[in-house]
Design a binder for this molecule. Structure first.
Ligand code: GLC
Ligand code: GLC
Length: 814
């Protein structure tokens, strides 16, 4: 069953019934002010950091599921009936409901008893605010007198504290109301130098700032006392729960349309200008007022919306493809790229499944997220790389996570995830391949944010690589530490105490358990680093890296190969994990995908064997599961992986993030059919028709789809914030379509399905627009290139030296 449809022309997904299986959400804002918004207007906003600067409040795991958000109530003052045009919170019998999730905006609305209402929510570029534009039309043949009530609940900034420290927080809340604008200023009187404001384009008929006054002590959001009565109480919040609600009355003639604009914003003030008059306790509102005056004007709001649309048109225009498969086109051209912006901004911090207080930006996650983002806004990728590198430790290891607001490593989680450092090499390499900006390697970057420790970024990469060489185990494979990419393979944890963190508990000294996955990653990052070294004229150093890579490859073949597939690891007792010898967990996906992606065994049939084993043992129609057989009980020596019930998450779920590694591996062996087939199995657009089963949004990837051992096989979970976004974008664009960035230029090496006659693409690369036309003349993937009519040798196009800005490329596949 479907709950809506794609509108590719407008780059929107149109949800046509409000009762989607789960809230289907969108992100507002793409720079510093962010919001999450569901298809019924649920969600919240924050500035930069979902934990430390939460602007509005949201309650996770609520009942009903998604309650609390950017709500509007309409009240027919004639009959006293009221409803919400976004369905929630009142869940009235609305008609023609639709929610259009677009690029950085959502338009939600419906018609109720002849009153049409739609609200467009978005965050203008370069502003720390959001706009709600409500458009009302009277389709009745009689005039109507309406009341409009807005409401959102302020969070007292620190989302963690806000949801736990009630003995203090019920006394700290403070607001001001001036000229119909509601200012939320909790803790502004002491150490905070920021506040929120909520304004409305109309003269108010009243307002409320205390939640209890608005709702009534025992009412829910579906029956607010104020809305029922049709009258605000002009309440002032002194402690308890500050909210912002405006009341606007209006009369609509038959056929008449009116618009009301609401602006919710965040304002920081220099410490010496916080109060007006100075020395008072009153907020200096000058800056906020100026911004409000601008965006409460519907014309200015429209203009800001147009700028946002133009911005996204340009970003998406950097890579557009036209293939025979509509699901590929839609994901590459619109939604996958869009999701890559979200994962770049959020890492794994704030979604409807990530509470915004649990995790900041992950070191490995953010580095990988660059793969799908770097072509869009390279300058921000550059800044991110330097921020990440500055949290690296001098050992070459890394803080596993850092807080986006402070840009400091997160001590609660610490370090010791032994794959982490390598992702920095891969992220930096991807950045240079895209931009040709070698200067980044010379940037002086601190370790652990300590002044005086600066070295060039290049040395950070050297230390990343050396980190593993200094931590090899009994077989010469990399020690796993707390975990590798699989956060749940905790081989030094040995936890038998409920509530201990699997990630940070270490009960063994960690000198035995080794990871074949990190070995594959090392082979990959070592080649990337050698290429960088070579290009910098460091031939001897490059040769050393290549020798290390060759040695690790040999070690993998000697101690990491099980006969038909790659082993996954050795545990603390030196026992194999991911081997035929194991009772459960005999074969894992990560080492198959990553070792082949890294190029191990391509020539001698080993890679093919590994991928055949994936097909036989791990592939399902809903995607490739993480391991088989699943773990049926808890294994003390394996940790969290065996804590999940069979088929979920890391215990044999389809953990989508690692599927693209196999997809890329398949292309490395020239299997375009198999690669694209795997790609399609987890492509959300291709799964749209399975809405009842899949349950998550059909326009973005989810972290997980339940595996074949799960009672709900095929059910997706944890949508939006997943490395799947970047990796699948990378897999389809760079490896299947073969439009690949290299240090020396743009390589075209498509490995597409045999049934495809070809495809077209436009790719803007280092300021040049490449118009690519691929035609199949044989069944294989041998590519010959004509660049502006001239046949070239090989398949890498170097950027034109004569200043040409448009280049046509014909690719013939045989
Ligand atoms: C989560 C983490 C990621 C990890 C993956 C597998 O998605 O964010 O870092 O690699 O799980 O455990
Ligand atoms: C849990 C999850 C894993 C995630 C980790 C992050 O282990 O299963 O996916 O990466 O938490 O802390």
């Amino acid at each position: 069953m479907q709950f809506g449809h794609f509108d590719d022309l407008n780059r929107e997904y149109v949800i046509t019934r409000p009762d989607t299986p789960l809230p289907w959400i969108n992100y507002l804002g793409c720079q510093a002010y962010f919001g999450l918004i569901s298809n019924t207007a649920g969600g919240y906003s924050f500035y930069k950091d979902a934990r430390l600067r939460r602007i509005t409040r949201y309650r996770y795991n609520n009942v009903p599921y998604d309650f609390g958000g950017r709500y509007l109530y309409l009240r027919d003052n004639g009959s006293g009936e009221f409803w919400s045009p976004s369905w929630q919170p009142t869940r009235s019998a609305i008609e023609d409901y639709s929610c259009r999730h677009g690029m950085g905006y959502s338009i939600i609305g419906s018609t109720y008893q002849g009153i049409e209402a739609h609200t467009r929510y978005f965050v203008p570029l370069n502003e720390n605010l959001e706009i709600w534009q409500l458009t009302l039309t009277n389709k009745r043949d009689t005039p109507v007198e309406l009341s409009t009530f807005s409401i959102q609940e302020f969070c007292l900034w620190d989302a963690q504290d806000d949801s736990t420290n009630f003995q203090r927080n019920f006394s700290t809340g403070q607001v001001e109301v001036e000229d119909g604008v509601i200012y939320h200023k909790t803790e502004y009187r002491e150490r905070r130098d920021h506040f929120a404001y909520f304004g409305c384009s109309r003269q108010l008929d009243g307002f409320d700032t205390q939640r209890e006054a608005f709702l009534g002590a025992y009412n829910g959001w579906d029956t607010p006392a104020v809305v029922k009565a049709g009258k605000s109480t002009d309440s002032m919040a002194h402690g308890w729960s500050p909210v912002g609600s405006h009341h606007v009355k209006l009369t609509l003639q038959p056929g008449e349309t009116q618009q009301i604009v609401f602006v919710l914003g965040y304002q920081e003030m220099p410490v010496d200008q916080k109060f007006d008059p100075p020395g008072s306790q009153i907020i200096n509102k000058a800056a906020a007022k100026a911004t409000l005056a601008k965006y409460l004007d519907p014309t200015q709001a429209d203009a800001a919306f147009d700028r946002l649309a133009a911005y996204w048109k340009e970003l998406l225009g950097l890579c557009q493809v036209e293939t025979p498969d509509p699901h590929t086109n839609r994901m590459v051209n619109i939604w996958n790229a869009y999701q890559c912006m979200a994962t770049f901004n959020m890492s794994r911090s704030a979604s409807f499944y990530e509470s915004g207080i649990g995790r900041g930006l992950g070191f490995r996650d953010s580095n990988q997220d660059l793969l799908g983002f770097v072509h869009m806004v390279p300058s921000r990728a550059r800044e991110r790389i330097l921020d990440l590198a500055a949290t690296q430790l001098s050992s070459g290891g890394a803080y596993h996570q850092y807080q986006p607001l402070t840009k400091r490593g997160n001590n609660d989680v610490g370090s010791g995830f032994n794959d982490d450092p390598h992702w920095l090499i891969i992220g930096v390499s991807a950045y240079i391949k895209e931009t040709g900006d070698w200067s980044i390697l010379d940037e002086k970057v601190q370790y652990d944010n300590q002044a005086g420790t600066e070295t060039p970024l290049y040395e950070h990469l050297q230390r990343s690589f050396a980190y593993t060489l200094a931590r090899l185990g009994p077989h010469g494979l990399p020690l796993i530490g707390r975990a590798d990419w699989n956060d749940c393979l905790n081989l030094n944890c040995f936890s038998d105490t409920p509530g201990q963190s699997f990630q940070t508990t270490t009960n063994k000294n960690g000198q035995v358990a080794e990871s074949v996955f990190i070995a594959g990653l090392f082979v990959h990052s070592g080649q990337e680093l050698a290429n960088l070294a070579e290009a910098r004229g460091l031939q001897a150093e490059a040769a050393r890296y290549r020798a290390d890579v060759a040695k690790m490859t040999a070690t993998v073949m000697a101690h990491g190969w099980d006969g038909d597939w790659f082993l996954r690891a050795y545990d603390d007792f030196g026992h194999k994990i991911g081997s035929k010898e194991c009772a459960e967990g005999q074969i894992y996906i990560e080492s198959q995908g990553y070792c082949v992606l890294a190029g191990i065994g391509l020539e001698d049939g080993v890679a093919q064997k590994a991928l055949d084993s994936v097909r036989t043992h791990l592939a399902t129609k809903h995607g490739i599961v993480l391991q088989q057989p699943c773990y049926s009980k808890y294994y003390l020596e394996l940790g969290e992986i065996s804590s999940y019930p069979p088929g979920y998450k890391e215990n044999a779920g389809i953990f989508c993030h690692n599927n693209p590694w196999v997809i890329i591996a398949e292309t490395r062996l020239g299997s375009g059919d198999q690669a694209h087939d795997y790609y399609t199995r987890i492509n959300p657009s291709a799964r749209e028709a399975l809405g009842d089963l899949h349950r998550c949004e059909p326009y973005v990837y989810a972290q997980m789809i339940a595996g074949k051992d799960a009672p709900t096989h095929g059910e997706a979970k944890n949508s939006w914030l997943t490395g799947t976004a970047a990796w699948n974008y990378f897999a389809i664009v760079q490896w299947i379509l073969g439009i690949r960035t290299e240090l020396g230029g743009l390589t075209l090496a498509p490995v597409i399905p045999t049934t495809w006659p070809g495809f077209r693409a436009t790719r803007v690369f280092r300021g040049v627009t490449y118009h690519i036309d691929v035609k199949r003349e044989g069944k294989g993937s041998q590519a010959s290139l004509e660049v502006d009519g001239i046949a070239i040798k090989g398949n890498t196009i170097t950027p034109p030296s004569d200043g040409r800005k448009e280049v046509s490329v014909k690719v013939t596949l045989r």
